[in-house]
Design a binder for this molecule. Sequence first.
Ligand code: NAD
Ligand code: ZN
Length: 350
Amino acid sequence: MKSARILAPNEPLAVSESETPKPQGLQVLVKVNSVGICHSDLHLWEGGYDLGDGQFMKVTDRGVKYPVTPGHEIVGTVEEIGDGVSEVAKGDQVLIFPWIGCGECPACTVGNENLCDTPKSMGVFQDGGYSDYALIPDSKYLAKLDGVDKDAATSLACSGLTAYTAIKKANQNSPEFMVIVGAGGLGLMGVQIAKAITGAKIICVDLDDQKLDIAKGMGADFTVNSKDPETSQKIMSICNGKGADSVVDFVNAPPTAKLDFAILRKRGNLVLVGLFGGSIELSLVTIPLKSITIQGAYTGNYADMVELLDLARKGTINPVISKRYSLDEANNALEDLKARKIIGRAVINP
Ligand code: NAD
Ligand code: ZN
């Protein structure tokens, strides 16, 4: 099989050939049709996350081992099954749940493998889908597409799933106004999901007017370009001077986090999702005085991914796939994402 692999941080991905694995027991070999390119692949390529103040969290300290094949938004066709597999058969089109856990920790035992204490996520801690074949450790991580477009379905494993989890958390206080920060792959899914499952008026914030126009077309009631120095005042006035009930930050870097706290109203609910990183100073007393909730959201669980596939099948959500690359173009794909040239999601069709 042919894979585009990260050999070491910040070095070009190398395309190499290796023996195609043979599935054993519960394993399934999938022929990859399409793999989404997520901003998290860029963090993996860069070797970690910006902690602010010149500090850096290395992914190798979190258990990543290079070389690794990235790609966690994988759609493919079942090629071969191990002798213990009965739920899927050769030829089935499937979306892969990549957030594989240990199966035993408190999160895994309640079905939240995405929050496992010792994660084994595909495309991060084990080889993923920038490849023409992927070996799935257990058939229970597959979900049948049953009519959902193959390229569009990729985003339901990460960007859509993460946005779904985050919007559900942001909807816990029945918001009148919900602010969505960042209209990238995750944020545009967030806008569609918020439109579909909440009753909130949606305000979308980004630096790029073209992305904001798309957000409007997908259901954002208001858009604000945060290059505008009056961004927080503009949002406050949209929210009748009181501020936003919920803010979902798909960037989560110092400028956006500062904006989040400035526009969050009393009893507000802040959901932090992006991994752009950095650090900010917080005025501690405002947290109890405004009685705000701050929570993180990390991907989502298998059951939510199946719910999302259903929403995509009904046409309630329509993932935006704007660009397609070959496996040999993996470096260009990541460079284009870094340069903010991608609208919604790009995919690799190996
Ligand atoms: P993306 O590159 O597609 O989109 C990022 C968007 O943010 C772009 O539209 C960009 O214009 C906008 N942006 C950047 N800086 C901004 C700023 N200062 N103000 C306003 N807008 C700004 O990225 P993505 O694939 O949507 O991922 C977003 C982040 O979420 C990444 O850090 C990614 O690693 C992370 N992520 C987190 C999870 C999770 O489970 N928590 C899952 C997947 C991805
Ligand atoms: Zn992702």
